[in-house]
Design a protein around this ligand. Structure first.
Ligand SMILES: Cc1cc2nc3c(=O)[nH]c(=O)nc-3n(C[C@H](O)[C@H](O)[C@H](O)COP(=O)(O)OP(=O)(O)OC[C@H]3O[C@@H](n4cnc5c(N)ncnc54)[C@H](O)[C@@H]3O)c2cc1C
Length: 570
């Protein structure tokens, strides 16, 4: 198999132009091209009137060696890499002896799903413990907050089957380095579960909420069919640890019901909102540290404004779909402001998991045909920014970031005047430092509703002043990249605080907690992922580490053995 990269064709090329271009690029007769598939399709929209599609093509030819010999040193024509997934091992028959405790996976978001799926595929019969409900019931509870302003703290946007990724845009790209092609394994499993096949080749694939719901159910059924077990409504409230050498050893967990489950291998795939569980783990002495994250607002524009700014006369072309953007600005006060989790044609959602707090995020359906584009506009902050003890340096308490998030989420609830209404302001007023009273041309999509206010009112600021200043400076700078971005009627809604985990449950090269053997912190909550894809990949790598330990295989010695430690802006 050969791979051609950087094959450029006009946006509206006829279907057979691709085959002709491949044949021409290979320099072979048409009959010698036996088959080809699109591995990736991206676009180059720098010249709006002449947008190009950029293909990566895998092809089978009659005489591969001859084609390669005819293109010596060509960086865009090479043997295709082998992207097939290979398991590290499989359980022998005696692995299921009743006296051997089964591995536990805590949390059934993308990380827990992939950890459990891989363990099940390797014959290791995991037990999954998920505090929330199965996805259909959870959907009802989540809509309960959006439609009636009623929050269920155990079943919401953050908690329940599918994790935080279920009510999302389902963007499936990531910036992790992926030498083992594990993202391919994740995408392939998603397609098996019902995702559209195009996610395997478009450069920025997305699924949308409706499809994610049925995919999650299908993956659950696969895990169960392979001998795994999935228990909903089972919150882990304690860990059973024994001293071992200088550190501790995992022996099991306690559930909210009081039931104890024995286990020597526990994957903790908690997500970034498991605040009570983080506090419990800290109390039990599990090593963790404060880490940077970001805070800001959601911004909404009419999708048409973004489409025209990005695609000019090609706005609306179905191959391009609804336009996205990715923006960064380095403000004079030293802060970086960037767009986060941009959702074309989507809606802003209420994403709190705690009573009397307001948190925003964004989601969309596969069609991405809602009238507004939304994105987080967030400012990076460090542990020194959010330390709660007032000291000027030294280590920051690992739970301080969580406390800081709570302060601003409660403030947002107050500014919204209750009922989970979010505070909002028109962009024009925010830049001019004046209170907004009425909406303009943009209808905000956040439910249960938005109350117009002054997000930067002195003494009642919705975010720290340095963050407000940096965002105020960034908006005109973003206008220079996306015409219309600073439109006066665009709406800011606050606050966006759950951009990533405020702490890291640090692990060693065997993916175990630094001081607890048998405990495998994983995914976004542990600080090792920043989106659906990276959480899924981390779940795979952690499942492999668990399998190596259970099956007595040598530890992974690859340089990636500590996982994708990224603070990823999706
Ligand atoms: C509205 C929204 C939109 C998003 N859009 C995108 C997007 O388009 N693309 C993208 O890549 N990312 C997106 N994200 C981020 C993405 O969802 C997360 O990065 C991803 O879900 C992290 O996966 P995870 O498995 O590590 O954690 P989570 O998905 O958060 O899952 C953790 C699970 O653990 C469970 N849990 C927690 N504590 C316990 C306990 N003590 N006992 C038992 N169970 C417990 C929770 O109930 C939860 O189900 C979005 C997030 C939100 C909220």
């Amino acid at each position: 198999m050969l791979r051609i990269t950087e094959l450029r064709l006009p946006l509206d090329h006829p279907e057979d132009a691709l085959r002709h271009a491949v044949v021409r690029r290979l320099g072979v007769a048409d009959a010698d091209l036996l088959a080809f598939t699109v591995f990736r399709r991206a676009y180059d929209a720098r010249k709006k009137s002449a947008i190009l599609l950029i293909y990566t093509i895998d092809c089978e030819v009659r005489d591969e060696a001859a084609v390669l010999a005819a293109h010596p040193g060509d960086p865009h024509l090479k043997p295709a890499p082998d992207t097939r997934y290979r398991f590290v091992g499989h359980a022998p028959a005696d692995c299921h002896a009743p006296e051997r405790p089964r591995p536990l996976v805590v949390g059934f978001g993308p990380c827990g799903i992939f950890a459990a799926l891989l363990l099940a595929q390797m014959g290791l019969r995991p037990i999954v413990l998920e505090r929330g409900k199965e996805v259909r019931q959870r959907t009802k509870d989540t809509w309960g907050l959006w439609r009636q302003g009623v929050l269920n703290p155990d079943s919401n946007v953050q908690f329940g089957e599918g994790g935080a990724g279920t009510f999302s845009d389902g963007k499936l790209w990531s910036q992790i380095s992926d030498p083992r092609h594990l993202t391919r394994k994740v995408l392939t499993e998603f397609v098996k579960a019902g995702a559209p096949e195009e996610i395997l080749f478009v450069s920025k694939p997305h699924i949308g909420t409706f499809r994610l719901v049925s995919m999650v159910e299908k993956m659950r059924a696969d895990i169960v069919a392979l001998g795994g077990e999935i228990r909903f409504g089972q919150q882990v409230t304690d860990v059973l640890l024994e001293p071992e050498g200088e550190g501790l050893r995992m022996r099991g967990v306690t559930l909210a019901s009081g039931e104890e489950l024995r286990a020597d291998h526990v994957v903790l795939a908690l997500g970034h909102s498991a605040r009570d569980t983080f506090a419990m783990l800290h109390g039990r002495g599990v090593y963790m540290e404060a880490k940077p994250f970001s805070v800001g607002f959601r911004i909404e524009h009419p999708q048409g404004v973004i489409d025209r700014a990005r695609f000019g006369p090609n706005a609306g072309n179905p191959i391009l779909g609804a336009a996205d953007y990715k923006l960064v600005h380095h403000a004079k006060n030293g802060r970086s402001v960037y767009s986060f989790c941009m959702c074309p044609g989507g809606t802003v959602v209420a994403a709190t998991s705690e009573p009397e707090r307001v948190v925003t995020n964004g989601m969309s359906q596969y069609s991405r045909n809602e009238r507004n584009a939304n994105a987080g506009i967030v400012v990076g902050i460090s542990p020194q920014d959010y330390r709660q003890d007032g000291a000027a340096g030294g280590p920051v308490h690992p739970l301080d970031g969580m406390q800081f998030q709570r302060i601003w989420e409660s403030r947002a609830y107050e500014l919204g005047e209750g009922g989970y209404v979010a505070p909002g302001q028109l962009v024009g007023d925010f830049v001019k430092k004046q209170r907004s009273r009425v909406l303009g041309a943009v209808q905000p999509s956040y439910k249960p509703g938005v109350r117009m206010t002054d997000l930067a009112q002195p003494g009642r600021e919705s975010l720290p002043v340095y963050a407000l200043d940096a965002i105020r400076e960034a908006i005109p700078a973003f206008e220079r990249q996306i015409a219309g971005f600073a439109m006066a009627d665009a709406v800011l809604t606050g606050v966006e605080t759950r951009t990533s985990s405020p702490l890291r449950i640090t692990r060693n090269r065997q993916y175990e907690s630094l001081n607890v053997r048998g405990l495998y912190p994983a995914g976004e909550g542990a600080g090792y992922a920043g989106g659906i894809m990276s959480a899924g990949v981390d779940g795979i790598e952690v499942a492999e580490a668990v399998a190596r330990s259970i099956l007595g295989l040598p530890a992974d010695s690859s340089p990636h053995a500590v996982g994708p430690s990224v603070l990823q802006a999706i």
